[in-house]
Structures are given as C-alpha cells and as structure tokens.
Write a protein that binds this ligand. Structure first.
Ligand code: SIN
Length: 513
C-alpha cells in the first residue's frame, strides 16, 4: 500500500474543502483529496449566490439571523446562526482578495438579489447564475499557486486511520482500481465531502453525492444527527427524458412566477409571500398541487419580465434550456421538486470539531445546527466559507500538540485486513433511490418509512465480507439511507418542518401519490 504524510488532510473538493486548505496552508503543508474534478461536487452547481448580512451593521446581521431562524422552522441553534452570519463580512472580503468577480451594476456597486424568505436583497452573485463554480475556481486557483499544496484525485475515502487511543491520524483511500489503496498520515483530517442528495430518485446533486462522508464517519464512531432534515428544492426542471436541472430560486427573487395548468399564480393560497415563501413551503405547495390533480402541471414563467433580462441575469439556466430547444424568455418551464441539501450530518461544535480527536467536519457533511429543518436560500455557501475559516485555530493548536503523524504501520497490509462495511444481495441503485424517494421524500408516512427501513436492513444483512469498488459506494448508500430513515422516526416534527409527516402534519396514511 502506498503511504504519504502531510500536516493537514482535507477530504472533499468543494468550496468548504478549498477554503479550509487555504486557511491551513500558512500553518503547514496541506493535501486535498477529491473523488473527482471540481464539477463532481455540489458547490460547482450552486447557482443562486452567497447570502450575506449585506451592509454588515449589527442590524443587518440581526435581520439575516432572524430570517435564518424563521426559515429553519424553529430548529436552528441561534448561537450557530449568529456565528455563521457574523462571519460573512470577513468571508466576503477574503473572496474579493482571491479575485472572485462578483457581479456589479454600471456604477460599480455590487448587485444583490432577494431570495425566498429573505426580508431584503442580500445575495451576492457571480457570472449571473454561476456563483458556485466561479467561487470554487477562484479558491482552487489560489490553492494551486501555493507551493505546499497537493491535490489528489480521483480517490474515494475508505476509512479513517486511527491510533491506539482511537484518535484519527489520517485516512485510507481507494483509487480507480481496488488494488490502489492509499494511506495518508496526517496531523488533522478535515472532512468536507458534501451531502447525500443523489440517494434520492430526483435530485439537483451531481451523481456522486451519495453520503460517503457521513457513512465512513459513522463507522468510525462519529455522532450523526438530523439526517431526517433533507431539503427539497421546488423548482427543478421536469421534462421527460432529461435530467433534473435546478432553476435557481433567484429567478423567483427577480420576479419569476409559478403557474398552474390554467396559467394562474397559486402560491398566495399557501403563503402571504407567494413565490418568495420559504423553500419548504413552496416545495410542499408544489407537491400538493401536483398530486391532488394528476393533470396539473406547474411551470416557472418569466415571460412578464423585460426582454433580455433573464438571458443576461441567468445565462447558465437560459443556455441549458436553449440546448433543450426551449426559449425560457417566452416559454413557461415545467418544474417539480427534487432533493437538494442535507441539513444534518456529522455533529460538530462551532469550530468544526467532531467528537473524535483529529477529525473536523465542515459544510454539507456536517451538522453545526445552523439550518434547522429548512435552510435559508444561499446560506450554504456562507456556512462553507465561514466554517472553512473558523476551523483553523483549533486544527492548528490541537493537532500539533496531540497528533504528530507517526510512521506508517500499515505498509504491506492487505485491504481484507481492514474493518470493512458489509452487505449482501444485489447492488441496485435505482431500487435504492426509488425506495428513498418514496419513503423519505417530501411527504412521509410512518408506514412508508418503516417499509424503507426494512428494505435497507434486508439489503444490509446476510453474508459478511469485505466490499470494494462500486459495492463499497453502495454499502455507503445503504448506510446513509438507514441513517436518514431512522432519524425520521425519532426527530422532532413541526408543522413547519421541511416535510409533511404522517398524521402529525395533518396528512393521513392515504398514500396520495
Ligand atoms: C438556488 O439557486 O435556488 C439554490 C441555492 C441554494 O441552495 O440556496
């Protein structure tokens, strides 16, 4: 087995991971290991923008905090919210230093958009609707300019490397072939592998976001929490024969309408803010409309906005639809909700520490309890950037004292000798995704959640034995699904939760779909 050593090992090549690398590099060599290119993670596809307490006064911060808490359905940790929102100004300034070209008006002022459940415009964006890709590329370029940075890809996290006291001192990775097992010894490991949205049948996530980080951390003994709180994005392209594609909430922020089959706006039936209601409210409203009338088709329409505006403001969405033969400016586009964001994950404190020494977690894989049961639009990039900066102090001070990288003790060890996930049975991603969509989708009933859990248990049980390659990814997918389903049965449910849930939310077991 090949063995490498580095001070700081960051796993995951999204905005959280690259921000962490850039924060740590002044303190020692850092390595970032990714499963694929920059476009393999969700950050790259973030369209809407970066939510900031724009103006940055105390009252601007307070307003952003209150909106986050309100959207989170009462389940945010107010300290976490205040910490993340207050970190926005420094995070933004640092992005400007890295050269992120945020969009400006003709007077050179930054443009800000209002998105759903925000009381005021405070979302900055770049390249119109290419904010995630542009921020990520700027951070990655800055990291690649540093002499003590190393990027390894494609490597899949397999297991953490622990010392005799159970402290984490690096990790093992699988390369493209099962025989390519790589050991990386490190003083500290920062996990930033993103969420599990691609375990659901309909999702906005790229295909490899399948809960690997949460699964590996769970096997290592980390506390996993709030996995029930999965966010569903309401406006995702719904065209037969095409992949779901996000139509950013910023479009509604700029005035787009949601229309029913008769061409009427309907969102005011559900919320006084209409199309700008919190994301969970809009997703539920679409689900109700679409399932109560099978003929119903919901479309997103921008035809009433000034000609040329949408093409310029949302070039990515416009271009994607153009390739599909649709002119967004003249044609309402069919939409339907899809799984979007994991609000729970590995429990951490406000400095990203997990319960295991040597391991920190940030971004979508982590649960710092800032998003509650429904994340406020564009707060995910804010969280990733702020946490990617916040970890530095604890990582540097705690890892140097307690976790000197030891020499490799695993040279020559075979993969079979490591502790491995096990499952028997057939590998069927489509069965797994359908099961999770039906049991843990927008509407959940206890009966379906239990059926889903039984299905997962059946697939996890049986013959024991090491799993490699795609079967390893599948074992992770099963485990992450189990964590979601189990958490649904035990998490507090509120009427304003991100899902409708059985009789508690007034929905009976009548299986409406
Ligand atoms: C969007 O652009 O609608 C998604 C942004 C987010 O997830 O907050």
């Amino acid at each position: 087995m090949e063995s490498l050593a580095v001070d700081y090992l960051v796993i995951g090549g999204g905005i959280a991971g690259f921000q962490a690398v850039l924060s740590l590099l002044p303190h020692g060599p850092a390595m970032l290991v990714s499963k694929g290119p920059l476009s393999s993670g969700s950050s790259y596809f973030a369209q809407g923008g970066l939510a900031l307490p724009w103006g940055f006064t105390e009252s601007d911060i307070e307003s952003h905090v209150q909106d986050t808490i309100l959207a989170g359905a009462g389940l945010c940790d107010p300290d976490a919210v205040r910490t993340i929102v207050s970190g926005g100004e420094e995070a933004f300034e640092s992005l400007l230093r890295y050269g992120v070209p945020f969009d400006r008006d003709k007077n050179g002022q930054f443009r800000t958009t209002r998105e759903a459940a925000h009381a005021r415009p405070r979302i900055v964006h770049a390249g119109g609707d290419r904010t995630g890709a542009i921020i990520l590329k700027s951070l990655a370029d800055a990291a690649f300019r540093q002499p003590h940075f190393r990027f390894l890809s494609p490597y899949q996290l397999y297991q953490f490397r622990k010392d005799s006291e159970g402290n984490i001192q690096g990790a093992y990775f699988l390369g493209e072939r099962d025989s390519d097992l790589l050991e990386i010894r490190a003083k500290a490991v920062i996990l930033a592998t993103g969420g599990a949205g691609s375990l659901f049948l309909r999702t906005t996530n790229p295909r490899f976001q399948r809960g690997d980080g949460v699964s590996v951390a769970y096997r290592a003994g980390c506390e996993i929490e709030r996995m029930a709180y999965y966010q569903f994005h309401p406006t995702v392209l719904d065209l037969p024969g095409t992949q779901p594609f996000l139509l950013t909430e910023a479009m509604r922020g700029e005035g787009a309408y949601l229309l029913d089959s008769k061409g009427d706006r309907f969102m005011f039936k559900y919320h006084p803010e209409g199309e700008l209601a919190p994301r969970d409210v809009v997703a539920r409203a679409l689900w109700i409309e679409l399932t109560s009338d099978k003929q119903q088709q919901i479309t997103l329409s921008v035809g009433h906005l000034p000609k040329g505006f949408v093409r310029k403001r949302f070039p990515q969405v416009y271009g994607h639809l153009k390739e599909l033969g649709i002119d967004l400016e003249t044609t309402p586009v069919p939409v339907r909700p899809a799984a979007h964001f994991q609000m729970g994950g590995i429990r951490t404190d406000l400095d990203g520490r997990t319960g295991i020494k040597g391991l920190w977690a940030i971004g979508e894989v982590a649960s710092v309890r800032v998003h509650g049961a429904n994340r406020l639009a564009s707060n995910s990039l804010l969280e990733a950037l702020v946490m990617g900066r916040r970890i530095v102090e604890s990582v540097v001070s705690e890892s140097s004292e307690h976790f000197p990288p030891k020499t490799s003790t695993t040279d020559g060890k075979k993969i079979e000798e490591m502790i491995l996930p096990e499952f028997s049975g057939e590998e069927s991603w489509s069965a797994l995704k359908t099961m999770l969509w039906e049991s843990a989708g927008i509407v959940r009933t206890i009966r379906r959640v239990r059926q889903g859990l039984d299905w997962v248990e059946e697939n996890l049980a049986g013959t024991k034995g090491p799993v490699h390659g795609s079967r390893f990814a599948y074992a992770n997918g099963l485990l992450a699904s189990k964590l979601i389903l189990q958490d649904i049965l035990t998490s507090p449910v509120t009427g304003a939760n991100c899902v409708l849930f059985g009789p508690e939310a007034g929905i009976v077991e009548s299986e409406r779909s």
